[in-house]
Design a protein around this ligand. Structure first.
Ligand code: ADP
Ligand code: MG
Length: 323
């Protein structure tokens, strides 16, 4: 069982940012409106996620750390979704197999909760504690017992980059949730609950940039697009400012990136890129997310139509900017 968890961990837990992703997604699933992420040494030293979500009941807490325990699948029809989403019920045991993990959770407002401590998959401690409603999971010394994996970790700066990149995208996709990200005690991101996309953009890129973004909005039979694009004089040296949110999820798609850049065509200096945040809503049958569960790539079934739509939208928004 421990070996199985370590093998599964190899697939689910690639690096600190994958731990953050799995834990924060659980917090969102638990209905949290506030999620604080504190990491140290790029997440290799410590990752702590605190949420104000539903919490887990005592029995569920222990169960959550055994393999294939998920509260999210209850019928065999759902089981089919395992294939497409992957790793259902595997995140917590996988993470616990390759780190020193502590979970404190409470599903009630009485102040009573449950604490469980697991090192390398071994439960060292489980009992009652005082805790506020919600869940706090602390992951220390990731990969301490899998030196081969640890060797593949890049510098603190690179690992931090992956984590903050993910958190920025998440903040854009969920402006209604309050997120905090801190590294070695320094706050890198702070958004307020109940914000809108523009407020999230300002929290990430700065208020000055937030003020200069151009709103874009368009609908046709298949797609509904809402977002913000930067003026042509506001450029960056890389593509990391382009964020795509499809049906509420942050995704990556090279063709869409290219369509956006075609929309800017000659307006951008060479090797300069805009800040673009687009939220695209479409019939789920038009988008294939079944590429790799932990990866973010998607495929579109009417690709050309969507690309044309996006390029035209950007061009016309920038055309209005000139006026
Ligand atoms: P999955 O998310 O696929 O169900 P996980 O291993 O990520 O599998 O989580 C296992 C279970 O633990 C979840 O189904 C949920 O019931 C519970 N859980 C995990 N994190 C939280 C959290 N932050 N708040 C409440 N429940 C949680
Ligand atoms: Mg999960």
């Amino acid at each position: 069982e421990q070996i199985a968890n370590q093998i599964a961990a190899g697939e689910v837990v690639e690096r600190p940012s994958s731990v953050v992703k799995e834990l924060v997604e659980n917090s969102i699933d638990a209905g949290a409106t506030r999620i604080d992420v504190a990491i140290e040494e790029g997440g290799l030293g410590l990752i702590r996620i605190t949420d104000n979500g539903s919490g887990m009941e005592s029995d569920d807490c222990e169960l959550a750390f055994s393999r294939h325990a998920t509260s999210k699948i209850s019928s065999s029809k759902d089981l089919f979704a395992i294939r497409t989403l992957g790793f259902r019920g595997e995140a917590l045991p996988s993470i616990a197999a390759v780190s020193k993990l502590e979970c404190i959770t409470s599903s009630v407002d009485s102040g009573l909760g449950r604490k469980i401590v697991i090192h390398g998959g071994k439960v060292l401690e489980a009992g009652e504690v005082n805790a506020a409603r919600g869940t706090e999971i602390t992951v220390s010394e990731l990969f301490y017992n899998t030196p081969a994996r640890l060797k593949y970790m890049k510098t603190v700066q690179t690992e931090l980059g992956h984590v903050s990149d993910y958190m920025y995208r998440l903040a854009l996709a969920h402006p209604e949730i309050s997120f905090t990200l801190s590294h070695n005690g320094n706050v890198l991101l702070q958004t307020l609950a109940g914000s809108d996309m523009l407020q999230a953009i300002a929290a990430i890129y700065g208020t000055a940039i937030g003020k200069q973004m151009i709103p874009v909005e368009a609908n046709d039979l298949d797609y509904s697009i809402h977002g913000y694009i930067s003026r042509t004089e506001l450029t960056r040296s890389n593509r990391s400012g382009i964020s795509l949110i499809i049906n509420g999820r942050y995704v990556r798609n090279l063709a869409l990136n290219a369509a956006i850049l075609r929309g800017y065509h000659t307006l951008l200096p060479i090797n300069r890129y805009p800040i673009v945040v687009l939220q695209i809503t479409m019939d789920p049958t038009l988008v294939d997310v079944n590429v790799h569960p932990s990866k973010l790539e998607v495929r579109f079934s009417k690709e050309n139509e969507l690309m044309q739509f996006v390029e035209t939208l950007i061009k016309s928004a920038l055309g209005n900017q000139v006026l």
